[in-house]
Design a protein around this ligand. Sequence first.
Ligand code: SF4
Length: 382
Amino acid sequence: GQCVAVCPTAALVENDYIQEVWDEIEDKEKHVVVQTAPAVRVALAEEFGHKPGTISTGKLVGVLKMMGFDKVFDTNFAADLTIMEEATEFVDRLQNGGTMPMLTSCCPGWVKFLEHQFPELIDSPSTAKSPQQMFGSIAKSYYAEANNIDPKNVTVVSIMPCLAKKYEAGRDELNFSEEYKDVDYVITTRELAKMIKESGFNFDSIPEVKYDNPLGESTGAAAIFGRTGGVAEAALRTAYEWITGEELLEVEFEGLHGYNSIRIAEVDIKGTPIRVGVAFGLGNVRKLLEDIRDGREKVDLIEVMACPGGCVGGGGQPYHHGNFDVIKKRIEAINNVDRTSTIRKSHENPSIKKLYEEYLDKPGSDKSHKLLHTHYFEREWL
Ligand code: SF4
């Protein structure tokens, strides 16, 4: 059988949508916005002969501008938004006796695996949509309304490290409107490199440009979504402050860093121990979930990524040929993006605060639920 979506490797041929994206950019009726996932900026340069771990955020934005996108925005903005919704849900479940452990839900390879293999856990994932999908919803609602653009004429393109993100963009239950999709086209990091090469741009002479706002502003917490342990860490940076009402001074939780494929960390939130499980690779995830089901392990929060090291090792990234050192360098680059960010907690992102003030009201509001949450299904076939 064909591994159409769960397969996070690059072993299958997927639609690349490169021509469709060029056509949309050419179409004067269309307002074409692009978002870039956290892991793309720490890997793209490898396609142009640079060392693994090279950070090329400014050139990534610069080249997308040169290609003709109307706005270059950031999936990291939406990762901060995901944390607002997911941390709210986590604190609510923790304090009001909801389904525990809570599972992260931003990796579509993992979500599909769960729907097929662990239907008894269908109520466990956070209902918060992934950053890619939240970005699309906000671009076609808040952003379109604020700029007087008919959302039908807004085209959302994603640059992703991932093949499963193409499948995710096609899941009907993730779209907030019945008339259009949240995300129209997904292009992988390798496909973007191909587009850059086809355009004849010389990567080294591309000018460094900053993201457009407001959907381009992000924090260090959003950056670490690109590596294993990062989503859990970002959620806890925010949950800690919400639970204790105090400022978190040490934002890096050591136990959530590292390269092992299964890790258990205990984080102390002023006397309340929170146990966090982190796993990457679906075989390791199965082992962790079985340990929990059979009572050998007890955790409150589980972060799962299908790919080695998280999205930095995604199937749409430059080939790493099974060399985990390449992935480690990308992880370190992600950590550098976080450490050099002025703001490192999602709830302190000024553009996110403004989005809630002007539009969504508060995390978990009716409007947030309509735009930013989803549900899951037991699935029996691919
Ligand atoms: Fe995609 Fe990231 Fe999941 Fe891999 S870990 S399947 S790149 S979302």
